[in-house]
Design a protein around this ligand. Structure first.
Ligand code: ADP
Length: 210
């Protein structure tokens, strides 16, 4: 992205508010000659910010603005948006995990082993399924019902929100644990955070509203 000069910013604002507007009219508003404006207008049209039509004048290119925001959205890093992971020990009873889900107001819990490495994912449906016809939820550990390693879909801090969104949609899941690899062969990962469908929606709103 090229940084605009103060005058180019002024021109953009004039065109945004008054477009379509001729070069002569812009020049008058800025108390400059048409010739003095020519290089700035050339830069603004060549970079796609403004469009020009003969005998009509300059107008603001809305598509450019949308594309710029979309580009910005797509390149955001997971590390800047990740939330705290809500974690339980894998020996935790299903009953306690359900209580935890309500207390923390989340849809997914992550289970860790005694060394603190990611061991499983427990979603709302996993807990509902376990609750159906199972009377002894205080005795049943989440390790029995969770989705386990190596079947967990994870994401790294340096990946983008676009990659996170793709993984969630392609795998029909609501959240991704953000991890740092400890040992790839042993499938051991440290848990750094979580990205959910809500994270993506919030990022989208934040960027579009700016
Ligand atoms: P819900 O159960 O509320 O619909 P999900 O769609 O996220 O939530 O979960 C659907 C299934 O996918 C569950 O069995 C869950 O354990 C599993 N799951 C959720 N997240 C992941 C993940 N990141 N990697 C692998 N499996 C997952």
């Amino acid at each position: 992205m090229i940084k605009l000069t103060k005058r180019q910013d002024e021109i953009l604002n004039i065109v945004k508010q008054n477009g379509p507007i001729t070069g002569q009219e812009i020049a008058e508003k800025l108390s400059l000659t048409r010739a003095a404006l020519r290089p700035d207008l050339a830069i603004l049209t060549m970079s796609g910010k403004l469009d020009a039509r003969p005998r009509v004048g300059y107008f603001f290119n809305d598509n450019y603005e949308v594309k710029r925001q979309a580009d910005k959205f797509l390149h955001q890093k997971v590390t800047d948006y990740k939330a705290h992971p809500i974690v339980v020990e894998k020996s935790t009873p299903v009953y306690d995990a359900i209580v935890q889900l309500f207390l923390e107001d989340v849809g997914t819990l992550y289970a860790v082993d005694s060394e603190g490495h990611l061991a499983g994912v427990i979603s709302r449906k996993d807990l509902l399924r376990a609750s159906l016809g199972n009377k002894n939820l205080q005795e049943l550990p989440v390790s029995v019902i969770m989705t386990r390693m190596p079947n967990i879909i994870t994401i790294n801090s340096e990946e983008t929100l676009l990659e996170a969104a793709k993984k969630m949609i392609q795998n029909h899941i609501d959240s991704l644990p953000v991890v740092k690899e400890v040992d790839q062969q042993k499938n051991t990962y440290l848990l750094l955070g979580r990205i959910t469908k809500t994270t993506i929606t919030r990022a989208y709103l934040e960027i579009m509203e700016k």
